[in-house]
Design a protein around this ligand. Structure first.
Ligand code: RIB
Ligand code: CA
Length: 325
C-alpha cells in the first residue's frame, strides 16, 4: 500500500498532541515533518511541546519551528492581545504552558525554518503531499506569499479551524482562524483543494471519560497519555465550554488527521463559498460560509464538514493509539 505523504502544522497543545500521535501511529501515512507555529502558546512552547512528544514516543519525525507571530493581526492595538498568546486564552488550562511530559533532552528542531521546509518540500514534490494544519495558518500563508507556486504542488489541505454555528474564542470566531484571520483568508482564497474541519464537526466528534478509561487499559505509551489528555481537557471544558454530554470533550485536531485517514468519519460535508472577516470589527476572525448561495457570483472554494461520527472517530483513535508504543 502506497503511504500518503503528509505535513502537519501544529500549535501543540493537548489536542495537537493526539493528532500528532495519531498520524505517527497510522501506517497509511508518511509524516514528512511537523511544523510548529504560535497559537495555543508561543512558538517556543509549541515547539518544546512537540519535541517532548517526539522524545516520549521515541519518534524520529522531524520538527520544524515556524512563525512566532501572526502575519498582521497583532499590529493593531486592541485587535489581538500582545502576542504570543499564552494563558490569556487558556484560563481553564486545557493546554497548559507545557505538555505534562518530561522536558525534551536530545530532541531538537531542525535548522530549516518551517516556512522554508514547506516551500522546499512542496516544490521538490510530485504534488502528492497533503497538508494538515491544526493551528493558526501563519506558516502556510507565509509560504504561499513567498512562493505562490506551491499552491500548484499541494495535493490537499485538511484544516482544523473555523466554525459555522460553533465558536470558541469570541461570539463569532474559532481560535485558529481568529489568531491569524489574514492567514486563514490567504489559504481559503488559494485555489487549493481545501477540506475544513470546523468546530461544528469537532464538537460532535468528541471523546468521553469512558473512552479515556478504555484507552488507559490498552496500556501503550500513546494510549496512556491520550487518556490523561482527555481527562485534563474534559476538566477544563466542563467549566469553560461544556459539550452536550458533559463527560465528553472535543479533540479537535485529531479529527482532521482522521479525516485524511477515512473521510467518512466526517458527516454533512458540503461544498461552499467561504470567506473570512478581517475587518477588525466585532466579528473579526469569523469564518463565513455561504450555504444558501446568497453571493450568486462566488463559486464554492472549500469543502466543510458540519458534523462527525463520534463512534467512528473514537474507534479510529483507540485502534491506532492502542497499538502504538
Ligand atoms: O479551536 C480549536 C483549535 O484551537 C485547536 O486546534 C486547538 O489546538 C487550538 O489550537
Ligand atoms: Ca491546535
Amino acid at each position: 500500500m502506497r503511504k500518503q505523504k503528509v505535513i502537519l502544522d501544529v500549535d501543540t497543545g493537548t489536542d495537537d498532541a493526539i493528532a500528532i500521535m495519531t498520524a505517527l501511529a497510522s501506517p497509511e501515512l508518511d509524516v514528512l515533518g511537523v511544523c510548529t507555529v504560535n497559537g495555543n502558546r508561543s512558538v517556543d512552547n509549541t515547539t518544546e511541546n512537540t519535541l517532548r512528544l517526539k522524545e516520549y514516543l521515541g519518534s524520529d519525525v522531524r520538527v520544524y519551528k515556524g512563525c512566532s507571530l501572526p502575519m498582521v493581526s497583532s499590529l493593531t492595538d486592541g485587535r489581538r492581545p500582545n502576542m504570543p498568546i499564552t494563558s490569556l486564552t487558556d484560563s481553564n488550562n486545557i493546554h497548559g504552558d507545557y505538555l505534562e511530559l518530561p522536558p525534551s533532552k536530545e530532541a531538537k528542531a531542525e535548522d530549516e525554518h518551517a516556512v522554508f521546509f514547506l516551500i522546499d518540500t512542496l516544490m521538490a514534490s510530485d504534488g502528492d503531499i497533503i497538508l494538515i494544519p491544526v493551528g493558526p495558518l501563519t506558516n502556510i500563508a507565509m509560504a504561499m506569499r513567498i512562493e505562490p507556486e506551491i499552491c500548484k504542488k499541494i495535493k490537499r489541505i485538511v484544516i482544523m479551524g473555523g466554525g459555522y454555528k460553533e465558536v470558541n474564542i469570541t461570539p463569532a470566531a474559532e481560535f485558529n482562524f481568529w489568531v491569524d484571520p489574514e492567514a486563514a483568508k490567504i489559504v481559503i482564497d488559494s485555489g487549493c483543494d481545501i477540506l475544513i474541519v470546523p468546530l461544528d464537526a469537532t464538537h460532535t466528534g468528541v471523546m468521553s471519560l469512558s473512552d479515556a478509561d478504555e484507552m488507559e487499559k490498552m496500556n501503550t505509551k500513546a494510549s496512556i497519555y491520550t487518556a490523561s489528555v482527555i481527562r485534563k481537557r474534559q476538566s477544563g471544558y466542563k467549566v469553560w465550554q461544556p459539550m452536550a454530554d458533559i463527560d465528553t470533550v472535543p479533540i479537535h485536531d485529531a479529527l482532521a488527521v482522521c479525516a485524511v485517514l477515512d473521510e467518512t468519519v466526517l458527516e454533512d460535508v458540503r461544498e461552499v463559498y467561504a470567506d473570512m472577516d478581517i475587518t477588525n470589527g466585532v466579528t473579526d476572525g469569523m469564518s463565513v460560509f455561504d450555504f444558501d448561495h446568497r453571493y450568486k457570483d462566488r463559486k464554492a472554494n472549500v469543502k466543510v464538514a458540519l458534523s462527525a461520527n463520534r463512534k467512528k472517530f473514537a474507534s479510529m483513535i483507540k485502534e491506532r493509539l492502542g497499538n502504538f508504543y
